[in-house]
Each structure stands twice: as structure tokens, then as C-alpha cells.
Design a protein around this ligand. Sequence first.
Ligand SMILES: CC(C)(COP(=O)(O)OP(=O)(O)OC[C@H]1O[C@@H](n2cnc3c(N)ncnc32)[C@H](O)[C@@H]1OP(=O)(O)O)[C@@H](O)C(=O)NCCC(=O)NCCS
Length: 222
Amino acid sequence: MTKKTPYQPELERAEAMAAPSSMTTVVSTSDWREKLPLLGGPRIQLREVRVEDAASLLSMLATDEVARFITPPPTTIEGFERFIEWALSERRRGEYACFAVVPEGMDTAVGIFQVRSIEPGFGTAEWGFAIGSAFWGTGLFVEGARMILNFAFDVVGVHRLEARAAVANGRGNGALRKIGAVQEGLLRRSFTRNGVYHDQVLWSILAEDWQFMRFQQRPRVH
Ligand SMILES: CC(C)(COP(=O)(O)OP(=O)(O)OC[C@H]1O[C@@H](n2cnc3c(N)ncnc32)[C@H](O)[C@@H]1OP(=O)(O)O)[C@@H](O)C(=O)NCCC(=O)NCCS
């Protein structure tokens, strides 16, 4: 028996954002705990972060604009190197995946997408993302997000993917709404930054939501 997805207006709005799976490719299908697959889209590649990404990630992410509403990124190359080493060891433990965003024609990372388990077995996970401000509003976020959602639901087996964004983070919340996340509630004073408590919006995408959005966008034969 097929399970019907209940109607949710957010999903309909987000249909335009969900890509036909033919538009993105998982180049490697080996176990992601051994090495993250290379995810290829029309304009960007997502690949596992490398220690050599430390300098470009520092220049892209350690700016006031990018870091305003997120957990403060490292402020030195060495700090980013330690973060990347940690990311690789957490991936080996099967708890976390961190992809570098590499635009077509470049070989340096301009941002990251990360997914971490928040339930034993990775059934429930949380994702996060940050991209250098020079690349905001260019479509890189949506292209990368589609590939990460395919990875999380199809490869890792996540059934519920959460995100938290400070209420004051207009772009972060706008990006999540646009990709089809459903706003669930408000986490009061749940995030502190520069000595100020912020409320956060709790967003989620379920595996069946993403399945539905992709189904709506599948190529049709007339
Ligand atoms: C979050 C991030 C990756 C999104 O990438 P982006 O390229 O800026 O995202 P997009 O431009 O594709 O989408 C943002 C949407 O929010 C909208 N938006 C921008 N400012 C907004 C505001 N103040 N209020 C509401 N919506 C807003 C944009 O108009 C856009 O929607 P549209 O394309 O339908 O017009 C990027 O902004 C970033 O790295 N921010 C800093 C780190 C961060 O905050 N991460 C998120 C933590 S939850």
C-alpha cells in the first residue's frame, strides 16, 4: 500500500525548488563513512572538506557578515585545520559529514554544508550551511542543498532532517523556506551570540517530504 503524503502548502511552494534527481549525480557510491561521495551539480561540486581548504574557508566564512548568526567559526588557519581534522574523524565514526562547496571553474572551497546525527543510527539529523557572502543570491545554495538532501535521505538514510536558524537571520530562514523546509516552532532564547540570547526557528524536512517534492518535479513523458 502506498502512503499518501498529507497536503502541506509549504511543500507545494517548494516544488519549484526540488530538482529532478537526473540533474544531480552522486559520482561515488562507496560507504560514506570511509570517504564522502563526490556530489556533482551543473554549477558546483560538493566534496569532502580537506585540510588544504583551511585558508579559503577562513577567508570565506570568518567574516562578520557570514558569522553573525552562527556558532563562531575558527579565526585562524590552524583553527580551521583542527575543525577539518575533527570533521574527518567524526565522519569515520559515522556521526557527521562536512562537504566543501566548490563552484565550477574553481578549485577552492567557498562554503560548507554539514549534516550531523542527533539520534543514534542517524535517523534524525541536523544540517547547517555557510557560504561566502560573494556567492549569496547566486543559486549556489539551492543547488548544494538539493544534493545534500539527496545525500542525507538516500545515502545516509535520515528520516527527519532539522535545522535551526536565529529568528533575526533573514537569509538563513529564507533559504530554508525556499528549499521546502517546514517551520515547526520557536526555540526560545536557545542560541547565544556576542552575549545576546536569540530565539531560533526550528525547521524540518522529512524523507517523505523530499520524496514528494522530487516526484512532483520528475521529468514527464507526454
Ligand atoms: C544561509 C546561506 C547559505 C543562504 O545562501 P544565499 O545564497 O544567501 O541564499 P539565497 O539567496 O538562495 O536564499 C535566501 C532567500 O532569503 C531571502 N531573504 C534575504 N533576506 C531576507 C530577510 N531579511 N528576510 C526574509 N527573507 C530574506 C532571499 O530573498 C532569498 O529568497 P529568494 O531567492 O526567494 O529571493 C547564506 O546566506 C549564508 O551563508 N549565510 C551565513 C551563514 C548562515 O546564516 N547560515 C545559516 C544558518 S541556519
